[in-house]
Design a binder for this molecule. Structure first.
Ligand SMILES: Nc1nc2c(ncn2[C@@H]2O[C@H](COP(=O)(O)OP(=O)(O)O)[C@@H](O)[C@H]2O)c(=O)[nH]1
Ligand SMILES: [Mg+2]
Length: 206
């Protein structure tokens, strides 16, 4: 299980306290200026550092560091429940990629509109059965590496979905919970500016 983290020391204890049995956690510390790395280690995670900023950069470093056949990725801000990953991993039985559809309740309005537009495009142009952007996911590690996702910023999850479609992968989506982050500050969708930058990143991919 890979958790990209930039200054998530406040949220991590809650996240790492809900890891399902049998999972090994790699926290990718992306230039945190707080105690993210120490907190992660204290809660049993392996910590890998990544100095190149960006969500995709942190995730890719985690994928390289992981040693399991199947990997999962989720945020370290407490907005997602690691227990949901067991359903996504189970769905890989009949699929190449399993992504979560986050409950919409707590997202800011601009983020919801952006997600709706982009996921509509994924359904129509790329024939993917998705209603969200794959922010939490499970996939086989080697297949993911072979797919060669190159985006190192917030477009990473979207590029993964587009490449999966082009490669003829079977993609499935499952409902997952979604709450406000439990501490710290948002790096992407919490601010209007962050969302504009992210949507621009996304649209380039599409
Ligand atoms: N955007 C961004 N997120 C990062 C980076 N490094 C790690 N992350 C983590 O990626 C996850 C998602 O970021 P978050 O701020 O929650 O985005 P939001 O939910 O869209 O507001 C969090 O666990 C971040 O700590 C980075 O360089 N940029
Ligand atoms: Mg978040």
């Amino acid at each position: 299980m890979i958790i990209p983290c930039m200054n998530e020391a406040g949220s991590l204890p809650g996240v790492l306290g809900r890891i399902p049995d049998g999972y090994h956690v790699v926290v990718v510390d992306n230039n945190s200026t707080d105690d993210t790395a120490e907190v992660a280690r204290a809660h049993g995670a392996t910590v890998v550092g990544e100095t190149v900023p960006g969500y995709g950069s942190a995730v890719h470093t985690g994928v390289l560091a992981a040693e399991t056949e199947v990997i999962c990725v989720l945020d370290g801000d407490g907005s997602m429940d690691p227990q949901d990953l067991t359903h996504l991993v189970a769905a890989l039985e009949g699929a190449d990629l399993a992504v979560g559809r986050r409950a919409a309740g707590h997202s800011p309005l601009h983020a919801r509109i952006g997600n709706a537009g982009l996921s509509l495009r994924l359904r129509t142009k790329y024939k993917l059965p998705v209603h969200d952007l794959g922010a939490i996911r499970a996939v086989r590690r080697q297949a993911l590496l072979d797919l060669n996702v190159t985006d190192r910023r917030s477009g990473y999850p979207l590029q993964l979905l587009v490449l999966a479609s082009k490669a003829g992968w079977k993609v499935v989506e499952r409902d997952v919970s979604y709450s406000p982050r439990t501490a710290g500050t948002s790096k992407v969708s919490g601010s209007f500016k962050g969302t504009v930058v992210a949507v621009r990143d996304f649209w380039k991919v599409l």
